[in-house]
Every structure is written in structure tokens, then in C-alpha cells.
Design a protein around this ligand. Structure first.
Ligand code: F3S
Length: 637
């Protein structure tokens, strides 16, 4: 039996484990990317590991998320990232150079290489044949330091594309169709591999639109073959020497197959408030539109923008619509400026934004109360656009542009404009907004403004651990409860002491004060403690506050891993009734901790109540070593 493309790339990078779906494997990472919102923490972690120079083939730090500079905080972060990148061997993509995934595809992506990025849409790189995975900042920092990246060996889904898209039906409609079929949970533990004759009809940026939104399926990543189409894209980017052919073997096996006939696809839209809530646009009648946003890492390529400008040329945006357009990169913006397409957009009444994430992450352009906002982006969760009562609809740039003119959601196949655009033989290439790292970083000074605070590091696990109960919370506490993240707190992602003042405050406003007054202690949690996102701040901030252990009925998987990475003991009750006997301020202690943790069972003494609790601690061999070392960074050091 031959190998599929996913298995081939993994096999080429396999350092540990066996390629059996569901088992843990360790792979070598060739490239990394960070963006500013997660990057500050990743580089603070890299510094904490005391690694002089990154060991990857190529690492790039992008500034694209927190572009609004209403105070000094975001600007401080940008300066820190620029200097720390220069010192440690990382390329720096300056603010204005573009959205990380778009620029990475254009200027850095290499077929067959692995890419780990501290952004969930890193799988965009699958459009050029990379195995590109999104991860937490610490995992990316470890990969930059040359460390192995561990994942569960995925199952591989074959999405077989036949036929050819009709005019005004797009790559966005393909991924919306996949989302409709598989749902937002359907990709968990899987890689989505696209095959079939329809693949060769799609350009690299179109493929990247599809792999980008594979993140919305919950998939590990998505991948396309590297073929003649990939070669022409690389040629047009002056990087053809990096091309190699990559495809699945003829007799490759897959765990699942989904067939999509491109001839039969119609323009689709994801309705509020989930990317898998997909409908045919033609089925939606008379939906008045207030705002249209075109751009984001999903749909901001040169071809996307050219089609939009052709639709807008000589027309006027509907008076009730605010149309904003953010070309994905400086390369795209430069080309639109040079060929007049930008002028056509401006003449039609579009508001042009800088090349960055902007409204996609709620950085400006929040729509009006109860507004309908059409977006070419990848996510439409409630409130993400900045206005909780607004409804966000996800669709193709073509459908967005046509609707911006008509003032209501409009099936783009009704448009009569010729929007045929050929892929250019040569893109405009000017990498002057990418700063290469210093030859010798030893003398480079890293600039840390007052918003950049040191990264908290744990100590080796002690044999005796004690502390007061600082908070008791209920079931299903999310990482949003543990460490709220909102537009006010976002600029402080590199300032753990500031964030600490908000830790668990949605549950108990006094928690941070109590934790500081007691010099740390223990958290008592219910079932599914730490559900929600992979936000590592939800472990780092408790570490800063001196939390030594969380005693819970059960943990959400990723949060448990983050606690272990921070050297905080994740203990689970064996007897659930013990939870009810604990009160705030009880004095807890554990002795013979190291041997107990090795044995997987810890006795916690409640000295106040004179009770003993038997607790489980389930750790893999690697996690056990990390906990004993006091967290992942100490373990790696
Ligand atoms: Fe930026 Fe939105 Fe993509 S925040 S990286 S454009 S998902």
C-alpha cells in the first residue's frame, strides 16, 4: 500500500513514534512563524530557554494583528519583536508588509517542508504543499530552539475534487461546502488532503483559501500536492529553485473520502454565528447589508483583489454600505497600485485599510448595532467583529463585492462583468519590509519597553508542597474565566503582571488580591476545568500568582497540558465528594510529592479540616519529567 501525501511529509520529518493514527509522534520542524499577538510571549519563552540563535531553516516574525496604536503598548511589542528577532536569527516582517499567512505563502513557503506557527490559520501553508500546523507560542519557541514537535498521528481525509468551478463560484465556496459536510468538529485529529483532477484547476492562492479555513474544521492541517501550478506560482515569486513535485502514491489509502463535484457547486455563505452554518446565497432573499469587509488571511490575494476591483470599476458602493478592503500584503497592494486596480476601488467608494488583520480580529471597523456584515474572512463567532448584536456572514470576495454594490446579499452569478484575471508571470518582488537577522546577534540589545515584562518561570518540584485554598469554582470553567481576553487586555499579552490583576475575576473579583497576599496557593475546580481555547496565559498567569496545584474533578485536555508546561500540578479527585468538603482559606499540604507524582497518586492533607484526599495525577513519561523540572522551559534548558 502506498502513502498519501500527509504520510510522506510526516515520514520525512519523523523523529519519534510510529505513524499509527492516534499515537503520539514527534516531528522535526523546518520553519516557524509568529504574529505579534502571540509572538511576544513566544520570544519571551525563547529568551527564557537561553537559546542564542534559532535552529530552524527559517523563522519569521510578523506584525499584522495589533496594528492600532492607541497607546504605547502595541508599539512596544512591535519594537521588542523586531529586536529580539534580529538578535536570535529570525526574519522580521515589518508592520505594513502584510498578513503573516499571505506573506509566508508568497515569500517563504516551501513544498514538502514543515511549518509551525503560533496562529491557528498557519495551515494556509498547505496551499503550497507544506505540512503547516498552528500551535501555542511555547511549542513554537521550542521548535525555534530545535526541539521536536509532538502531535497525535492524524487520520487522513481525502477530499476528492472533480470538474471545474463555474464563473463566480470560488475556492471559498469549496471550503464552505467542506464545512457544511464535515462541520466545525469534523476535522479533529485529521489532516484534510485534497486530490482529484479538480486540484489542477486551482491556483496556489485558491488552494491556500481552502487550507486556511481547514482550521475551522478543527483539523490538524490541510494539504495540497505540489505540481505544475505550484511551480508556476514559485516561478512568479522568483523562487522556483525551491519547488519539488509532491503527491500521494497512486495506491494511497485514506481513512475517509469526501467527493465534491466542482461543476455542481454554487455560491455559498456561512450564516451567523458559525462557519459551518452554510446556505446557498440564492436561497437567501432580501438581506439588507450594512458593511462589507474584504481581505484577511483567507481571501486577500492578488487574484481576489483584482476580481473585486473589476466588479467595482466604474460603479458606486451602495449608499447604505460601508465597504472596507485590506489587501493581504505589500506585494498585493503594490501591484494593485501599479496597475490602476486600487484607483478603481477607491473611485467606487471603498475604504482602503493597511495590509493587516484589521477587522478580522476586531481591530477597528466594528459594525453598527444589529448590523449585517458580509466578510471574506474565516470566522463569524458572535462578537468577533467587535459588535455583539451584529450578524457576520462569510463569503467569497466576488459575492462580497457584488453585494456591496447592490446593498443586499446578492448571488454573484447574476453579475455580468468579465472578471477573468490571469495569474501573473511575475509578481512584484521587493522584500525591503523584511529585515534579515543579524550575522552576529551577541551584541544586539533587545529593547523591552515598559509593557514587556519578564516571563514567569517555575522552580523544580519540591517534595513538600503547601498552600491555602484561594478559590473554589464550579464545573465548565473556561480559559476565558481564568484569563479574560478582550480588546482592553489584548495589548497586554506580554505583560503577565498586569494580566494577573484580571485572573479568574469573572468568578471571584478578589482572587488576584488573595493570591498575592498569600504568596500563592491552590485552585479548586469542578468538571472540565479550563475548557475553551488553548490560551497559555490561562496557565502562565496562575503560575505568576504562585499557584502550585489545581485540584479539579476533571480537566480540559489542552489546559491540562498548559498547566504541565508551566509546572503546575493538575490533580483530579478520586472521590468526587471530597470537593464538597473544601472551603476557602483551608490549609492544604502534600508530602513525598515527587515519589507520589511518579506513582500517579498524591495524598492531599486538609490541615484545617483534618481530612485526607486521594488524588490522581495522570502524566506521560515526558510530562512527568516536565513537572519535576518545573515546566517545559526548565525541562528543555
Ligand atoms: Fe489575521 Fe484574521 Fe487571519 S486575525 S491571521 S486575518 S484569521
Amino acid at each position: 500500500m502506498g502513502l498519501n501525501l500527509t504520510q510522506k511529509i510526516i515520514k520525512d520529518h519523523l523523529l519519534e513514534g510510529e505513524m499509527i493514527p492516534g499515537s503520539e509522534i514527534g516531528i522535526k520542524i523546518d520553519q516557524t512563524l509568529t504574529q505579534d499577538s502571540t509572538g511576544t510571549m513566544a520570544y519571551l519563552q525563547l529568551e527564557a530557554m537561553e537559546i542564542d540563535k534559532v535552529k530552524t531553516k527559517r523563522s519569521v516574525a510578523y506584525i499584522d494583528h495589533n496594528m492600532l496604536q492607541q497607546g504605547f503598548e502595541n508599539a512596544d511589542d512591535h519594537k521588542y519583536i523586531q529586536t529580539v528577532a534580529y538578535k536570535h536569527g529570525v526574519y522580521f516582517s515589518r508592520p505594513g508588509n502584510g498578513i503573516c499567512h499571505q506573506v509566508h505563502l508568497e515569500r517563504f513557503g516551501v513544498p514538502g517542508e514543515t511549518l509551525l506557527g503560533s496562529d491557528s490559520h498557519t495551515p494556509t501553508g498547505g496551499g503550497i504543499g507544506m505540512l503547516a500546523i498552528g500551535a501555542g507560542g511555547l511549542d513554537v519557541a521550542v521548535a525555534m530552539g530545535g526541539g521536536t514537535y509532538y502531535i497525535t498521528m492524524p487520520k487522513v481525509v481525502n477530499v476528492k475534487l472533480t470538474g471545474k468551478l463555474k464563473p463566480f463560484v470560488t475556492a471559498k465556496d469549496i471550503i464552505l461546502e467542506v464545512l457544511r459536510v464535515m462541520t466545525v468538529k469534523g476535522g479533529v485529529g485529521k489532516v484534510i488532503e485534497y486530490t482529484g483532477e479538480g486540484v489542477s484547476t486551482l491556483s496556489v492562492p485558491e488552494r491556500a483559501t481552502i487550507t486556511n479555513m481547514g482550521a475551522e474544521l478543527g483539523a490538524t492541517t490541510s494539504v495540497f500536492q505540489s505540481d505544475d501550478v505550484t511551480l508556476s506560482f514559485l516561478k512568479a515569486q522568483d523562487r522556483e529553485e525551491l519547488w519539488k513535485e509532491l503527491k500521494a502514491d497512486e495506491d494511497a489509502a485514506y481513512d475517509e473520502t469526501i467527493n465534491i463535484n466542482l461543476d455542481e457547486l454554487e455560491p455559498l455563505v456561512a450564516m451567523p454565528h458559525s462557519p459551518d452554518n452554510v446556505e446557498k446565497i440564492s436561497n437567501i432573499k432580501d438581506l439588507k447589508v450594512n458593511q462589507v469587509c474584504i481581505g484577511s488571511c483567507t481571501n486577500s490575494s492578488y487574484l481576489d483583489m483584482m476580481k473585486v476591483s473589476k466588479i467595482l470599476k466604474g460603479k458606486t458602493v451602495h449608499p447604505d454600505v460601508s465597504l472596507v478592503i485590506a489587501p493581504g500584503s505589500k506585494q498585493v497592494l503594490n501591484m494593485l497600485a501599479a496597475n490602476g486596480a486600487l484607483a478603481d476601488m477607491i473611485a467606487a467608494g471603498a475604504r482602503i485599510l493597511e495590509s493587516g488583520c484589521g477587522p478580522c480580529i476586531g481591530m477597528g471597523q466594528a459594525p453598527a448595532t444589529d448590523a449585517v456584515t458580509l466578510r471574506t474572512f474565516n470566522r463569524n463567532f458572535k462578537g468577533r467583529c467587535g459588535t455583539v448584536s451584529a450578524g457576520a456572514y462569510l463569503l467569497s470576495p466576488e459575492a462580497a463585492a457584488v453585494s456591496a454594490l447592490s446593498g443586499k446579499l446578492t448571488d454573484p452569478t447574476t453579475c455580468t462583468t468579465d472578471i477573468n484575471v490571469a495569474m501573473p508571470d511575475k509578481f512584484y518582488i521587493n522584500d525591503n519590509m523584511v529585515v534579515p537577522p543579524a550575522e552576529d546577534g551577541s551584541k544586539v540589545e533587545v529593547v523591552k519597553g515598559p509593557n514587556i515584562k519578564p516571563f514567569p518561570l517555575n522552580e523544580e518540584l519540591k517534595d513538600e508542597v503547601e498552600g491555602k485554598v484561594l478559590i473554589i469554582v464550579e464545573d465548565n470553567i473556561t480559559t476565558d474565566h481564568i484569563m479574560p481576553s478582550n480588546a482592553k487586555l489584548l495589548p497586554f499579552r506580554s505583560n503577565i503582571p498586569h494580566l494577573a490583576n484580571y485572573c479568574l475575576t469573572p468568578c471571584d473579583e478578589e482572587f488576584p488580591k488573595r493570591a498575592k497576599a498569600n504568596g500563592g496557593g491552590m485552585i479548586i475546580g469542578g468538571d472540565n476545568y479550563g475548557q475553551g481555547s488553548s490560551r497559555e496565559h490561562a496557565a502562565l498567569v496562575p503560575l505568576y500568582l504562585g499557584i502550585k496545584a489545581v485540584l479539579a474533578k476533571s480537566f480540559a485536555r489542552i489546559h491540562k497540558a498548559n498547566l504541565i508546561n508551566s509546572g503546575i500540578l493538575p490533580l483530579t479527585f478520586i472521590n468526587m465528594a471530597d470537593y464538597d468538603t473544601i472551603s476557602l482559606d483551608d490549609d492544604l499540604s502534600m508530602d513525598n510529592v515527587i515519589e507520589s507524582v511518579k506513582a500517579g497518586k498524591v495524598i492531599v492533607h486538609n490541615k484545617t479540616k483534618k481530612l485526607d484526599y486521594e488524588m490522581n495525577i495522570e502524566l506521560s513519561d515526558k510530562e512527568l519529567k516536565m513537572i519535576i523540572a518545573g515546566g517545559k522551559i526548565n525541562f528543555i534548558k
